[in-house]
Design a protein around this ligand. Structure first.
Ligand SMILES: [Fe+2]
Ligand SMILES: [Fe+2]
Ligand SMILES: [Fe+2]
Ligand SMILES: [Fe+2]
Length: 327
């Protein structure tokens, strides 16, 4: 590496990683919560409010995906610079109303812009043009995000959304352990997303750095890291869908999603480590989701049961995909 990379420099880039993990999870969870808010809007405002809720809800999902892309690009850069990316997000706060979402997200974008100005300066100072260029691009994205949140932040406050009265069938959702179990499933999806994204970027970094030896590697430019990187990408996109489904369900039954990352993501040093750790993560999910299905069946929560039956099938496919590559 021609440029001189210090630990402080990597730490600074990791602050950006923490921020990007935070906002992508935050916006995604707000997106899923929006549907619940939408259904609770008072009737006389229905038409008008519906549009705002829908538009903002759509925007949140779009931005969550964009933040994921930022996250990936920054992580890859860290690995190319010889550093290690963090998997710990800055504090995720969801909020309770549309206006609160806008306020929290505006604050996150403001803080990101300040931090990224600092990174742009630091990159310039050591002549790290690639990082400089990357953050110039991300900076202009974040500024666009900020402007969008500013609009929503200035709108009038929405009416208070009162709880609707209980009914007999709904009482099953008063079971605290059950809701905690659903949130444990959500936390494991977020953990898998972070783990696989990080490994995907690390594998890409490794692939680019490593000298290719075998003739096929030289000819195709592909090696094991490259192949596994592709599998990881496909897999984490599915985990994103799972995350969305589970949090949507938690809000649908009128409970709160908790933005936790559990178990702690484990990255590993090379593709063989990745595969072992990911197979273990899928094993964890399958065992946990079987428990969710059991509890849902006992309580008579048919919709959740069916949803987890679908999800668990995909987790099993992930498991076998990793199992096939076991060293
Ligand atoms: Fe971002
Ligand atoms: Fe942003
Ligand atoms: Fe999943
Ligand atoms: Fe999975």
């Amino acid at each position: 590496m021609v440029i001189k990379v210090t630990d402080e420099y990597i730490a600074l880039l990791n602050k950006a990683v923490a921020r990007e993990i935070q906002v992508s999870a935050q916006y995604m969870l707000q997106h899923t919560k929006m549907e619940k808010l939408l259904r609770k809007v008072i009737k006389e405002n229905y038409l008008l409010e519906t549009t705002t809720y829908e538009e903002f809800g759509k925007l949140l999902k779009e931005l969550a995906i964009q933040e994921m892309k930022h996250l990936g690009a920054i992580m890859e850069r860290i690995y190319i610079l010889g550093g290690e990316a963090t998997t710990k997000p800055s504090k995720i706060t969801i909020g309770n109303t549309m206006k609160e979402f806008a306020k929290l997200d505006l604050k996150a974008e403001e803080e990101a812009l300040a931090m990224y100005r600092e990174i742009i300066e630091a990159a310039k100072a050591i002549g790290d043009r690639e990082t400089w260029q990357l953050f110039m691009k991300i900076y202009s994205d974040e500024e666009e995000h900020l402007l969008k949140f500013q609009d929503y932040n200035e709108m009038e406050s929405e009416p208070d959304l009162a709880e609707t009265p209980e009914s007999e069938w709904r009482s099953i959702f008063n079971n605290k352990e059950y809701i905690a179990l659903l949130n444990k499933a959500l936390a494991s999806e977020i953990s898998a997303i972070v783990q696989y994204t990080t490994q995907h970027e690390k594998a890409d970094g490794l692939e680019r750095l490593r000298k290719k030896k075998a003739p096929l590697e030289v000819a195709t430019g592909k090696n094991k890291a490259g192949v596994i990187s592709g599998i990881l990408k496909k897999t984490f996109l599915q985990e994103m869908e799972h995350m969305e489904m589970i949090s949507e369900r938690i809000y649908e039954i009128d409970r709160e999603a908790v933005a936790d990352i559990n178990p702690v993501p484990e990255i590993g040093n090379n593709e063989d480590d990745f595969i072992k750790l990911d197979r273990e993560a899928e094993n964890y999910a399958i065992v946990l989701y079987r428990k969710v299905i059991d509890e849902a069946t006992k309580l008579g929560d048919i919709k959740t049961k069916k949803m987890f039956e679908d999800i668990i099938q995909q987790e099993e496919e992930h498991y076998w995909a990793f199992d096939d590559f076991l060293p």
